[in-house]
Design a protein around this ligand. Structure first.
Ligand code: AGP
Length: 614
């Protein structure tokens, strides 16, 4: 989604802003722009369709001086990606420049009224309407910039993170948020502004997260001033960043996605650190311990999430129902928020999100909260909106995930859900001690087992070359590995643009089997756990129709190996933990197919890393 960067201080703003935009590229975008105020107060705005690199080329011979500026990467919502629709947008008098993430829902009515009053529009964006509206209020009410922004935001319906600067006023940036994230970095005599901390971390580790419906007035050489849009003054809470710069670099890998796949032994070990105690034979999840009774007494658990996080939720459902014996419903946040669901006070709602900023999941949380449920968040980005809007929760702690296709965050979400399922089960006494201990011991082995799968990387790269011809793929799995079939298919779709669908293996007979012929690659997750024999029968059905089978099998399984065209081996493990191993070869397969096809693996077309609009 769109990215915001801002700077005010003593240094040249341009290099900081451009570097910031590069750091935000991972979020996904289709145009970029920048606005700077030079030393004599001129406002210079440059923007272009395409990449940040295109913007850099475009400004080569332009005036890019100034120690204050704002910059933006746009992911199109209203209006196609082109130069006119790129941000910043200027007001009629060209004295104000605005960047915006989010959607102004009542833009059409505002635009109509502004046109009647003589305003002209050069783009088809809702953002241009907002800056014209701010200027209109500023002029008609004779207000300063911050007051005009405040008054305008009181009349705006929708979601936004915005930053505004004004010609002739090189000392102030006014920014605000509602529904889209915004963070201010505090340096020595300088301030940074961004959608997330990635553009800020190399300059300072002191940050202030702007809250919902807050306006921040960033004045050169003055303390930060924060107030709500209803004019209540707030004291900024300064937090220290955990993020490090090296986490944002590729570290020798050709793509962030590959780096993140290879990080999984370490990231899962970190996620379990201090939580899975193999020596003391227990699991200790702080967010759970503090709210144990809520889980123990829950009559139902609802898990809400989108995309890959929804796939992790499905595995969570299987584990919680198997071990803790509480009914679990898994909901797409986008459906849950609008379909008038029944939520009871003794329901526990778990919201899962890597970014912690997904608009639909945030709305689902608000809805469940308004109906009295206890909300538990499972998120990766520390300090993001979801952890700040839930009653309690648990971070996945895998560090920044930059590749748009989620990999290490997914396996960590599954790990946290398994730890949670076991914790609830133990507290409810629904799991035999022997099983509890066996799973804990095996969880401790998972990072090492993933390492052995990663050694197959070159073989999987060779296998990928065989299948780049394919237009379609089918992924099949059963039990705990049905969600892995869905996730494997999503990974392939996202980054290679090959159509792929995941199904529970037995569902194949109910329709998808019609698609199988000698051209159709079918990926089957068939570890020797769970419903192994039944999966073997499914493979035979596919081979009988000449489908090309790529199986993920337990090391040493010659039965499925002999039936398959290609096999990838994973180490032996318990049924409930098999998704953690089976997902690795599927991530690598999708990655290598996309690389051979020459796709932009880290920033696939049309996709955004955090979907902050619905
Ligand atoms: C994952 O590869 C996708 N990019 C996407 O499905 C993602 O999981 C989804 O948008 C949810 O994001 P979140 O986890 O940040 O809420």
């Amino acid at each position: 989604m769109c990215g915001i960067v801002g700077y005010i201080g003593k240094k040249a703003a341009y290099p900081i802003l451009i570097k910031g935009l590069h750091r935000l590229e991972y979020r996904g975008y289709d145009s970029a722009g920048i606005a700077l105020i030079d030393s004599v107060g001129n406002l210079n705005v440059y923007k272009t369709k395409g990449k940040v690199q295109d913007l850099e080329t475009f400004v080569e011979s332009k005036n890019i001086t100034g120690t204050i500026g704002i910059a933006h990467t746009r992911w199109a919502t209203h209006g196609e990606p082109n130069n006119a629709n790129a941000h910043p947008h200027c007001s009629e008098s060209e004295t104000l420049a605005l960047i915006h993430n989010g959607i102004i829902e009542n833009y059409a009515a505002l635009k109509e009224s502004l046109i009647k009053q003589g305003y002209h529009f050069s783009s088809s964006t809702d953002t241009e309407v907002l800056i014209q509206f701010i200027e209109h209020i500023k002029k008609t009410e004779n207000l300063c910039l911050a007051q005009a922004v405040q008054l305008a935001l009181n009349q705006v319906v929708g979601a936004y993170a915005i930053a505004v600067i004004e010609k002739g006023n090189p000392d102030t940036i006014v920014a605000a948020r509602k529904g889209s994230p915004l963070v201010v970095g505090i340096g020595e005599g300088e301030y940074f502004l961004a959608s997330d901390a990635t553009p800020i971390v190399e300059y300072t580790n002191k940050v202030v997260y702007i809250d919902e419906e807050e306006i921040v007035i960033i004045n050169r050489d003055k303390e930060l001033k924060i107030k709500t849009i209803t004019n209540v003054e707030k004291t900024p809470t300064i937090k220290e960043l955990e993020l490090t710069l090296s986490q944002l670099e590729k570290g020798g890998y050709p793509h962030f996605m590959l780096k993140e796949i290879f990080e999984q032994p370490e990231s899962l070990a970190t996620s379990m650190k201090g939580r899975v105690n193999v020596d003391a034979n227990n699991i200790s999840l702080a967010g759970f311990i503090d709210n144990k009774e809520k889980f123990v007494k829950a009559s139902r658990i609802i898990i809400t999430a989108c995309g890959t996080s929804w796939h992790a939720a499905q595995i969570g459902k299987y584990a919680i129902e198997e071990f803790a014996r509480i009914p679990v419903e898994v909901e797409y946040s986008s459906e849950f928020r609008y379909r008038k669901p029944v939520v009871h006070k003794n329901d526990v709602v778990i919201a899962i999100s890597q970014s912690g900023e997904t608009a639909d999941t945030l709305a689902a949380i608000d809805l469940a909260k308004s109906q009295g449920a206890f909300i538990f968040g499972i998120c990766n980005v520390v300090g993001s909106s979801i952890p700040r809007n839930t009653h309690s929760g648990c971070y996945t702690h895998v560090g920044p995930e930059i590749g748009v296709a989620s990999t290490k965050a997914f396996t960590a979400q599954v790990t946290v859900l398994l730890m949670l399922a076991l914790s609830i089960a133990k507290a409810r006494k629904t799991i035999a001690d022997e099983d509890y201990l066996k799973i804990i011991a095996e969880l401790g082995q998972i990072p090492k087992k993933i390492e052995t799968i990663l050694q197959e990387n070159n073989c999987i790269a060779d296998l990928a070359k065989v299948f780049t011809y394919a237009q379609n793929f089918i992924y099949l799995g059963r039990g705990y590995n049905f969600p892995i079939a869905l996730e494997g298919a999503l990974k392939l779709k996202e980054i290679s643009y090959i159509h792929a669908e995941g199904y529970p293996a037995a569902e194949m007979k109910h329709g998808p089997i019609a698609l199988i012929n000698a051209e159709m690659p079918v990926v089957i997750i068939a570890p020797n756990t769970g419903m192994y024999e039944k999966v073997v029968s499914n493979i035979q059905e596919i081979k009988a129709r000449k489908g090309r089978v790529i199986s993920v099998i337990t090391k040493g399984d010659h039965v499925v190996k002999d039936l398959s065209d290609y096999s990838i081996e994973i180490p032996e493990t318990l049924d409930c933990l098999s998704p953690l191993l089976a997902s690795i070869p599927l991530q690598l397969l999708a990655y290598h197919i996309a690389v051979v096809k020459g796709c932009d693996v880290d920033q696939p077309r049309n996709l955004a890393k955090s979907v902050t609009v619905e």
